[in-house]
Design a protein around this ligand. Structure first.
Ligand code: KIV
Length: 266
């Protein structure tokens, strides 16, 4: 029997409280290295617009570019589960989202598609799930909405904002999302989401009390120009090699030493 990671593996890991390790990758050779290090879920994120293409947001990334990078990464993976992002406005209604997801899965080889969504987009998630698409719903901070949000800010602060996040989580799970991902979220709110939902919850800048963690690979390899996000950590500086950094990240997430209190928001 293959030991390839599937949705069943991820559900079992949640049930057994074994932290899920996730990381971005955008090309074949990095995908091979990440896979060999034991990362469970590889994300081809639309963050590639910033870290690979040099844009100042994820907004310019096209579906064709996402599909190209997803196919490159797919060729480098043996074990990890492959998730790919729906880029800005490739999901503005259910029909468009299904068409876009089909391209990421059929041409790119993605196992699962991630959509930035709140409760408002639950009907789109529901239609995708009905069409047979494994869906991860990404909420809290939604980088594609950074123009509307007025910057990259911590989400879920204050009673009303926390309640809104919980409403989003309930609606997206009820719509059939197979996995949830929260970004830049007050850690106590992430913890409440985790306790309420039955699907795996992956966090980035959301504290240790999630079912798994994800980071952008450039951040853990110290390649991010300027000041790296405060919720991230440069594992290459600790270890001196790419393979060492990947292994250190995997073991820190598994052992729950990352994220530490220094990486959490309240
Ligand atoms: O695009 C991306 O890399 C992401 C992660 C930050 C979760 O969505």
């Amino acid at each position: 029997m293959s030991d390839a990671v599937t949705l069943a593996t991820l559900r079992r890991m949640k049930a057994e409280q074994k932290p899920i390790v996730s990381l971005t990758a955008y090309d074949y050779s990095m995908a091979q290295a990440v896979d060999a290090a034991g990362v469970d879920v590889v994300l081809v994120g639309d963050s590639l617009g910033m870290v690979m293409q040099g844009h100042d947001s994820t907004v310019p990334v096209s579906l064709e570019e996402m599909t190209y990078h997803t196919a490159c990464v797919a060729r480098g993976l043996k074990r990890a589960y492959l998730m790919a992002d729906l880029p800005f406005l490739s999901d503005f209604d259910a029909k468009t989202a299904i068409h876009s997801a089909a391209m990421l899965m059929k041409e790119g080889g993605a196992d699962m598609v991630k959509i930035e969504a709140s409760a408002e987009q639950a009907p789109i998630v529901e239609a995708m799930v009905r069409a047979g698409i494994p869906v991860c719903a990404h909420f809290g901070l939604r980088p594609q909405r950074v123009g509307q949000l007025g910057g990259y800010r911590v989400q879920g602060r204050g009673e009303a904002a926390a309640e809104q996040v919980l409403t989003d989580a309930r609606a997206l799970e009820a719509a059939g999302a197979d996995m949830l991902l929260v970004e830049c979220l007050a850690a106590s709110v992430a913890s409440q989401v985790r306790a309420e939902v039955s699907v795996p919850l992956i966090g980035i800048g959301a504290g240790v009390d999630c079912d798994g963690q994800i980071l952008v690979i450039q951040d853990i390899l110290g390649l991010t120009p300027g000041r790296p996000p405060s919720f991230s950590h440069d594992f290459l500086a600790d270890t001196g090699s790419i393979a060492g950094a990947l292994e250190a990240y995997v073991s820190a997430v598994r052992g729950q030493s990352f994220p530490s209190d220094a990486h959490r928001f309240e």
